[in-house]
Design a protein around this ligand. Structure first.
Ligand code: ADP
Ligand code: MG
Length: 317
């Protein structure tokens, strides 16, 4: 089967970790062991989150402000794709040779087209980066035209950017060509680098972030995947998550998932977009989405773990 696997940002850099190269390589080694097991049996395309990494690139940017010009968010996104892609290639090469598989890992710096009429471009609402004081936030808003909001729970101010919906992957043809030539492709990291079509020709990068699960669904569709595999840090999707009545979902029908979603079981910004991407992939393509943890990935593909959603049911592999 052809599978697109979306790795959560936490799989690569866990919350509470400092973010040293050693820590990240250790996490990546675990992830790559699982990914190569999947690649041994299926045609695999890998995508991944970049929240923790791009946050740190931003911080380095801020800290070095007086020494070297800060770079816009789209370039920071590209840096994170290169960084994570390289580390995954290192981890995958090692594991591929250990498991005796002849596949070449390669990373595609990937742009994702967004729509100029997307409402979030006019009223951005996605907080990114570190927390700042009111004074700094006000100065940045005034001098740079950025939008900042106060986060009262954490007692600081954060920059907010647009989070437009993904429309089309600019590098789609390149990704498919590589896949068809037996490359193990890593693409669309962090949901892709958001760009708008430019009237002068080509594309214009935008100061925005695209949700990696919604973008991953577009990738799964583009390469004709039969399974969109969302690998996160929980074994399944739960109803009443975090409450004493919490219970995991196994195989769910499209209608059931839509009504659970309407009942508010899936938090915005975390499980919400995963479920939304799963529903869209099932409804428009009739294909299967599995949401589970990295550790349970293989069992979930075989139907023995995780939450599975498909328009025609999850029974047949
Ligand atoms: P990733 O980096 O994999 O995208 P996220 O933090 O964005 O990870 O999403 C996974 C998180 O979603 C889980 O760790 C959990 O805390 C949260 N979550 C919210 N609602 C649910 C739910 N209904 N079932 C399971 N997890 C949920
Ligand atoms: Mg997420």
């Amino acid at each position: 089967m052809r599978i697109v696997a979306a790795l959560g940002g936490n799989a690569l850099l866990k919350s509470g970790q400092k973010g040293t190269a050693e820590e990240q390589y250790a996490n990546i080694e675990t992830a790559c062991r699982q990914l190569v097991r999947i690649a041994a049996e299926h045609e695999l395309v890998i995508t991944h989150g970049n929240g923790p990494q791009v946050g740190r690139i931003n911080l380095q940017n801020e800290a070095a402000r007086e020494e070297t010009p800060t770079l816009p968010l789209d370039i920071c996104g590209a840096m994170s794709q290169g960084q994570i892609g390289y580390m995954l290639q290192q981890g995958l090469s090692k594991e591929l040779s250990r498991q005796g598989l002849e596949l070449d890992p390669v990373t595609v710096v990937t742009r994702i087209l967004v729509c100029k009429d997307d409402p979030t471009l006019v009223s951005p609402g996605k907080p990114i980066g570190s927390y700042f004081s009111r004074k700094e936030a006000e100065a940045r808003a005034r001098d740079l035209g950025e939008k900042w909001i106060e986060d009262k729970t954490r007692g600081g101010w954060r920059k907010v950017v647009a989070s437009p919906r993904p429309v089309w992957i600019v590098e789609e043809r390149a990704i498919k060509t590589l896949l068809e030539n037996r490359f193990l492709v890593i693409a669309l990291g962090g949901g892709g680098i958001p760009v708008l079509g430019s009237e002068q020709g080509g594309y214009q990068g935008v100061e925005a972030v695209v949700d990696k699960d919604l973008a991953g669904g577009i990738l799964a569709d583009a390469v004709g995947a039969t399974i969109f595999l969302i690998l996160t840090d929980v074994p399944a999707v739960y109803l009443d998550y975090g409450k004493p009545t919490q219970r995991p979902l196994g195989t769910v029908s499209l209608d059931e998932m839509v009504s659970y979603s309407r009942e508010g079981h899936f938090a915005a910004g975390s499980m919400g977009p995963k479920v939304e991407a799963a529903v869209k992939f099932a409804r428009e393509r009739g294909h299967k989405t599995i949401i589970t943890s990295l550790e349970l990935a293989l069992e979930a593909i075989e139907g023995r773990a995780g939450t599975c959603l498909a328009a025609s049911g999850c029974g047949e592999a």
